[in-house]
Design a protein around this ligand. Structure first.
Ligand SMILES: C[S@@+](CC[C@H](N)C(=O)[O-])C[C@H]1O[C@@H](n2cnc3c(N)ncnc32)[C@H](O)[C@@H]1O
Length: 240
């Protein structure tokens, strides 16, 4: 079964878009895959994504009642975890289609997370799941985090990883190169799920991401490999 979107991909899966083209392509892609996003996520990660999100929320290490922004919140899975730990989440995402699928009950705002409609130092924490590689400019994003998170506040950022173990890396390459596009084609949008493995190329190596975080107000930034490096997590405290 081909998806209704299969015949008109708005992005070129062979060439990664750049600049404003990337912003438009990313928004259109997530609008297209929003209805089946959660289902495909669970299948393609064998449910591990739930464990990774739980870990990201736990490592925020903020007390219950904290005001936490979920950036590029998608369908709101991280907001659900945040609420379970007693936090007060706010969702921000570029894609109206994704925000419409958000069942977390948190207040939702359509916004580019590089330019947040929030006052300086107005939140206790920020979390971001699987979106770093979709952003135009990581230094800009980290500077925006440093602007809105209060001194002593915390951030927790998840994204796909690059496993160092050769066996896990080979298995991961087959999974993302063959299995994920197949699941995507059968259940959602083939072009979008062919783009997904390629989009990892946008992500700098973890040591560079740490350097950018440390230079932008998060001096204690740390990196953790999850599930053998299938996923990575960056956690940090906003400098005082
Ligand atoms: C892979 S999804 C992740 C959704 C959710 N965080 C999760 O963990 O499932 C990436 C999300 O990033 C959003 N996104 C990408 N670029 C964005 C930007 N510049 N501003 C806001 N949201 C953005 C997309 O619309 C999409 O919902």
């Amino acid at each position: 079964m081909n998806s209704p979107h299969e015949h008109r991909p708005s992005w070129d899966t062979e060439r990664l878009p750049a600049g404003r083209d990337k912003v438009v392509a990313v928004r259109q892609m997530f609008d297209a895959i929003a209805p089946r996003y959660d289902l495909v996520n669970r299948l393609m990660t064998f449910g591990l994504d739930v464990i990774w999100r739980r870990r990201a929320v736990r490592d925020l290490a903020l007390p219950p009642g904290s005001l936490v922004i979920d950036l590029a919140s998608g369908t709101g899975d991280l907001c659900i975890e945040l609420r379970k730990r007693g936090h007060r989440p706010l969702s921000f995402d570029l894609s109206l289609g994704m925000l419409q699928q958000d069942r977390s009950g948190s207040p939702r705002t359509q916004s580019d997370i590089l330019r947040l409609p929030l006052a300086d130092h107005s939140v206790d924490g920020a979390i971001c799941g699987f979106a770093l590689r979709n952003l135009l400019d990581l230094p800009d994003f980290f500077a925006e985090l440093a602007r809105v998170v209060r001194p002593g506040g915390r951030i927790s950022l998840l994204d796909v990883g690059r496993p160092t173990n050769p066996l896990i890396r080979a298995g991961n390459a087959i999974h993302f190169g063959k299995v994920v596009p197949l699941i995507g084609r059968l259940l959602s949008d083939g072009a979008a799920y062919r783009y997904l493995p390629k989009s990892v190329a946008y992500l700098p190596p973890s040591h560079e991401i740490l350097d950018i975080l440390r230079a932008n107000g998060f001096a204690d930034a740390q990196h953790h490999q999850l599930s053998g490096g299938l996923t990575q997590l960056f956690v940090a405290t906003r400098n005082h």
